[in-house]
Write a protein that binds this ligand. Sequence first.
Ligand SMILES: Nc1ncnc2c1ncn2[C@@H]1O[C@H](COP(=O)(O)OP(=O)(O)OP(=O)(O)O)[C@@H](O)[C@H]1O
Length: 259
Amino acid sequence: MSETTPAITVRDLHKGFDSNQVLRGVDLDVNKGRSLVVIGGSGTGKSVLLKCIIGLMKPDRGSIEVDGRNISRHSDSDRRYMTQLTGMLFQGSALFDSLKVWENVAFRLLNAERKPRKEAREKAIECLAQVGLAPEVGDLQPAALSGGMQKRVSLARAIASDPHILFFDEPTTGLDPIMADVINNLIVDRVKALGATAVSITHDMASARKIADEIAMLYQGRIIWRGSPDEIENSGNPMVDQFVHGRAEGPIKMAVRKS
Ligand SMILES: Nc1ncnc2c1ncn2[C@@H]1O[C@H](COP(=O)(O)OP(=O)(O)OP(=O)(O)O)[C@@H](O)[C@H]1O
C-alpha cells in the first residue's frame, strides 16, 4: 500500500442519541502513515466519532473502511479485526489498578495473543523503555505512578502489539504543559518508529500542532475544515479561527447558564 492509500475511510457517518443528532454526515480519509488530529469544542462528537471508528459504537448510517475492510456493520469479527490492527491511548489512561504496570502493558499479549508470561514481560519492559520508563516501574501498581507516568504506561500498552493504527483520545488532558510536551514528543516518536497511521482527538491546540500532519475540525456533526498545522493559523474559516485562538466571541456559541 502506498502512503497515499487511505488506511481509514469514513463516508456519510451519522450517529445520534434520541433527538440529539451528534454526527450528521462525517466524511474523512486518513492516509496510511499519516497523523490526523480531530479538533472541536466540547460535546461536538469527537469521542463518538472515535468510538465509531474503533468499533466501540455502532453508527446509525454511513460506512467506515479500515485497511480496505468495511467495519461499520459492527460485527464480532469486525471488532476482533480492529483489536488486532489497532492500539489505543485512552483519556485518563484507563489502567487496571489490580494489575502491575507490566501486566497492563502486556494485557493484550497475555490475554488475546496468549503469549507466555516471560515473553510478554520482556516485550512490556521493552515498550516501557521506549517511553522512557525503567524496568523497575514494571513491577509497580499503577496507583504508585504520577499522571504523566500513567500516560506513558498507557502509550506503552498502545504500542505493545506493534499496531498499524494508533488512536489517541485527549492524550495530554490533565498534564502540565511540560509533561504534555513530553507525551506529544513520545507520540510523534513512536508513531514514526512503527510507521503507523494515527488518529487523535483533542482540544489542546499545542498538542494538535505537534502531533498532526493534518488537522480536521468537527463542528455541528460534520468536518468543516481540514489542513496542515501551518495552514490552521490562517484558515480563513471563522469557526476554526475562533477555536484555534480560544475566543469566547464568534460564530460558535457555547451554552452558558445565567444565574
Ligand atoms: N452513550 C451515549 N448516550 C447518549 N448520548 C451520548 C452518548 N455518548 C455521547 N453522547 C452525547 O453525544 C454528544 C457528543 O459527545 P462526545 O463525548 O463525543 O463529545 P466530545 O466532542 O468528545 O466532547 P469533549 O471534548 O467534552 O470530550 C454529547 O451531547 C453527549 O452527551
